[in-house]
Design a protein. Structure first.
Length: 97
């Protein structure tokens, strides 16, 4: 998964103002992705031919830059909220930046 861009902030755009960002909704989307991966894991338990998930790759921008000290000052809280979603998985999430 990549470019979640979670922040407890009103919707906005990227820095170039070319892409709409739904900051608050991003955490729900991440949670939905985790739910889907969990459902795959549950299905795999019933199928001897399908291996369980080995890991989830988080490819960057899990939280948005708006969380920085100069704007929202909630980087740690935002990161915790996002990682808490990923921690529900039965496999490791590998965070690549």
């Amino acid at each position: 998964i990549a470019d979640v861009q979670w922040a407890d902030a009103p919707d906005g755009t990227n820095y170039a103002k070319t892409v709409r960002r739904h900051y608050r909704g991003a955490l729900n989307v991440l949670g939905n992705a985790v739910d889907w991966w969990l459902s795959l894991s549950n299905e795999d338990e019933d199928d001897e031919h399908e291996p369980p998930l080995s890991f989830i790759a988080q490819l960057g921008d899990l939280i948005d830059g708006k969380n920085n000290a100069a704007q929202l000052d909630q980087t740690d809280a935002a990161m915790k909220a996002a990682l808490d979603r990923l921690d529900r998985l039965p496999c490791p999430s590998v965070n690549l930046v």
